[in-house]
Ligand binder design. Structure first.
Ligand code: SF4
Ligand code: SF4
Ligand code: SF4
Length: 190
């Protein structure tokens, strides 16, 4: 079902991007980094994915030693187009541009779509549901701005000496990064 509200919000697209979206993006990023900073106990270096090298092979979902992969999708709001037809959210040929399960790409319904202002929508990831399969990342990178990407979450990762996903990563995207700066976040489109 579409989450479009009955009344149109009074903010314009420009106001939204200047205030609400940017604030939401920064708040989301701050909360994301805050969670990790609070829970990561790794010293030295840790594994991370270079989002520019990831070719969305799907192995992040299936090759982590953890039952639930430590890899999750992250959304860079500052470079998102807030597209009505989000190719990270919708199947390649959706029946309709609404939130019906048959139209959605994500196998676990981890992406939420919220109406902002005609024709813009905001997309948020429920990290509890995300399995790191990269389907949305593929769609967003192939046809959109590339604002959806994968990162190893260091509040989950146990920092294996040899990361099992790195061994099978089709893009050779895994590398060691300093534990005190453990994320490689996208700030520009593609
Ligand atoms: S499509 Fe895959 S990577 Fe994207 S949010 Fe859903 S489970 Fe996570
Ligand atoms: S280092 Fe280990 S726990 Fe972390 S992502 Fe790789 S396989 Fe999973
Ligand atoms: S294994 Fe490598 S190329 Fe495949 S989805 Fe994960 S980071 Fe991307």
């Amino acid at each position: 079902m579409d989450s479009r509200p009955q009344t149109q919000p009074s903010v314009t697209r420009r106001q939204f991007l200047r205030s609400g979206a940017r604030a939401a993006g920064l708040a989301g990023l701050g909360a994301f980094l805050g969670v990790i900073a609070g829970r990561s106990t790794a010293k030295g270096t840790v594994w991370q994915i270079d989002p520019q090298k990831c070719v969305r092979c799907g192995n992040c979902a299936t090759h982590c030693v953890l039952e639930q992969s430590a890899v999750k999708c992250v959304h860079a709001y500052a470079i998102c187009g807030y597209c009505q037809l989000c190719t990270g959210y919708f199947e390649p040929e959706p029946n309709d541009l609404n939130t019906g399960a048959e139209n959605c790409l994500c196998p676990t319904s981890a992406i939420k779509r919220t109406y902002v202002e005609d024709p813009y929508y905001e997309y948020t990831i429920d990290e509890q549901l995300c399995i790191g399969c990269a389907k949305c990342v593929e769609g967003c990178n192939r046809f959109g701005n590339g604002s959806l990407f994968l990162q190893v979450r260091h509040d989950r990762c146990v920092n294996c000496n040899e990361c099992f996903i790195a061994k099978v990563c089709a893009g050779d995207a895994f590398r060691r990064v300093p534990a005190d700066q453990p994320y490689l976040l996208k700030t520009i489109s593609h």
